[in-house]
Design a protein around this ligand. Structure first.
Ligand SMILES: [Zn+2]
Length: 272
């Protein structure tokens, strides 16, 4: 599934645009299988309220799309406009199934045959696409992220952060990082003292030696998504190198590194 992430996000977003989400009222707890196939526990508060209602509506949407997309995929030279003119107006990218595949193969630079099977399977069962567009009913507050690994963040207005380094210099840099990224009003940060309750765990190689293999020589720090569910970031970690932690509290390199990595936690890509 990994290689199709970009395409899936794009496709899920198209469906999401046509039939947007609504708001709701009761919370629900969940143990789920994340995008890496691991069983993970996601706090109740990360989900939208009234998940059951949303699931029902997603099934209704899937029932609506299913016969249209099934016909479209099974008759790959028939334009969507000949199958359902209203839907085709809302989805201008959906011409014929073959055209659609050609275009996505170009965008994703991938070999077409796997895409044909994937899209055909999803056209026959669009519920999975709708789940992706809804990010598994996690509350993404309608903030969209431009990343190939995730397309949203659970509750970006409440970015909980745990400082697992026990280092006061890092605490200071985190405060500055919060100020920097809160310039974007969609994000708000707060410290928590339990790593389980944190969306961002800040650690170092002393406390997390398993991350050493992810470090390339010369890297000062890395951000690693640790829980991604239905392409929504639930938890990630910032791992700092010993070289960074050695620096003085006010050293611009230390501060810049922490700000930079926290930027990844709110979906900012590296600028090449
Ligand atoms: Zn970076």
């Amino acid at each position: 599934m990994k290689k199709f992430r970009g395409i899936l996000i794009t496709f899920a977003m198209i469906i999401g645009l046509v039939l947007p989400l609504f708001s709701n009222s009761v919370a629900e707890a969940k143990v789920v299988t994340d995008d890496e196939g691991q069983q993970v526990d996601i706090p109740d508060s990360y989900f939208v309220k009234d998940v059951a209602e949303k699931e029902k509506s997603a099934h209704q949407r899937a029932d609506f799309y299913k016969p249209i997309f099934t016909y479209w995929a099974d008759n790959p030279n028939t334009p969507l406009s000949s199958i359902n003119a209203d839907l085709a107006k809302k989805m201008p990218d959906f011409t014929t199934f073959n055209d659609f595949l050609d275009r996505y193969n170009r965008v994703s630079h991938s070999n077409g045959e796997g895409n044909r099977e994937l899209f055909s399977a999803l056209a026959h069962d669009p519920y999975e696409f709708i789940l992706l567009g809804n990010h598994g009913f996690l509350d993404d507050e309608s903030v969209r992220i431009n990343s190939l690994i995730y397309g949203a963040i659970a509750k970006p207005s409440d970015m909980t952060v745990y400082n697992g380094t026990g280092n006061a210099k890092i605490q200071n840099a985190l405060s500055l990082a919060f100020k920097e990224w809160e310039k974007d009003p969609r994000f708000h940060f707060r410290m928590v003292n339990d790593s389980q309750k944190a969306k961002v765990v800040v650690t170092d190689l002393n406390h997390d030696s398993t991350s050493a293999k992810s470090f390339e020589p010369g890297f000062q720090a890395i951000f690693l998504p640790t829980i991604v569910y239905q392409q929504c970031l639930v938890q990630g970690k910032i791992v700092l190198s010993p070289d960074i932690e050695k620096l003085d509290m006010n050293d611009p390199e230390l501060i810049h590194t922490v700000i930079h990595e926290m930027g990844h936690a709110v979906g900012r890509p590296d600028l090449i």
